[in-house]
Design a protein around this ligand. Structure first.
Ligand SMILES: [Zn+2]
Ligand SMILES: [Zn+2]
Length: 338
């Protein structure tokens, strides 16, 4: 009551005209604050989403990694701004997306999802396909290993195409994209959680054409797929399963299926432990180079040597899963053995 008495008394004293002017000034101040803060926010945007500037692209373009797991290519971006609800909005022509993971400028045109079509084309030509999947080998490290002489056999093959992998750049997410030709938005695999694949695989497509497929894997299946998978364990206890995987692959090559996918893990393991460009990790690539030489020597058909993601250095080792060029760029090497 006391408050009301003072307040009402005052407002009666000032009068209605003054009150109106005051509220007008007040509204103008609010509008000004709103206008200035939106200007400030839109200036902040560039720092808000990571933009990787790749150097080699022939065409100027952008690859937008959307928040729902897709990758959209565009020639230009019209606008990046922050909305009133604090979302980062990217507009490119009629395409609009909110809160993308990041943007790659001058992006490679090839992607991990192109592998499916490469395989299907080979099958249509009645060629068998051997996919050698070196876990964790990013494009930069592939180049470094060639330059340093760690992988003389791989260096003697066709030069690898620099391609994009999906986000997050982790094994099951990228493996799902590799074998389905779809981005995580459509594979249903967007994290380390074990979920059913929502898109058909190259193995499903091969089976429809009456062709056979096999995966040679470590001690666990990474994807929930019907494809026949040969699991391996570290029988000789030397700390890696890749020697067993190598021997399984040689065994399979005596009578290979139409698609054989061999998944090597040891480079990724050593990369995590010592760092992707460590002496230990690069020495392991030397071992894989010998395995790959032996395996491919015994194979007639199309060969794809690739990876799921790269890796970056971290305190005391290596890691991946970030929106970084070291994690997102992978090699795709294409060969044909007659
Ligand atoms: Zn991996
Ligand atoms: Zn890893």
């Amino acid at each position: 009551m006391n408050f009301c008495r003072i307040y009402c008394h005052k407002s009666l004293d000032i009068g209605d005209g003054v009150m109106l002017k005051k509220s007008l000034v007040f509204s103008l101040i609010i509008i000004l604050i709103f206008f200035l803060s939106s200007m400030y926010l839109s200036k902040q945007i560039v720092d808000d989403i990571p933009v990787i500037k790749a150097t080699e692209g022939e065409d100027h373009n952008f690859a937008i990694y959307t928040g729902d797991g897709d990758i959209i290519y565009t020639q230009s971006i019209d606008e990046i701004k922050r909305s009133l609800l604090n979302n980062v909005v990217v507009k490119a022509g009629s395409f609009v997306t909110s809160n993308p993971i990041g943007i790659i400028e001058n992006s490679p045109k090839e992607r991990i999802t192109d592998i499916k079509n490469l395989v299907l084309k080979s099958l249509d030509k009645e060629n068998k396909v051997l996919i050698i999947y070196i876990d964790g080998l990013g494009y930069e490290l592939y180049e470094k290993a060639i330059y340093q002489g760690n992988v003389p056999y791989i260096a003697s093959l066709n030069r690898g195409i620099r391609a994009l992998t999906v986000y997050p750049p982790i094994t099951n997410v990228a493996f799902a994209a590799m074998v389905t030709g779809e981005t995580p938005k459509y594979t249903g695999i967007q994290s380390r959680d074990k979920k059913p694949l929502l898109a058909p695989t190259i193995f499903d497509a091969a089976s429809k054409k009456g062709k056979t497929s096999k995966i040679i894997e470590g001690n666990i299946r990474i994807l929930t797929s019907d494809v026949e998978t040969i699991l391996n364990i570290d029988e000789n206890n030397d700390g890696t399963i890749d020697d067993e995987i190598y021997r399984s692959a040689l065994e399979e090559l005596k009578n290979p299926p139409h698609i054989l996918l061999v998944h090597f893990h040891s480079y990724d393991d050593m990369g995590h432990r010592y760092g992707p460009s460590s002496k230990e990790a690069l020495e392991q690539l030397k071992v894989l180079d010998l395995y790959i030489e032996d395996i491919t020597k015994n194979f007639i058909g199309d060969i794809i040597i690739t990876s799921d993601h790269g890796m970056h250095d971290e305190e005391g080792g290596g890691s991946h899963g970030n929106f970084l060029p070291m994690d997102l760029f992978i090699p795709i090497i294409l060969e044909n053995h007659k």
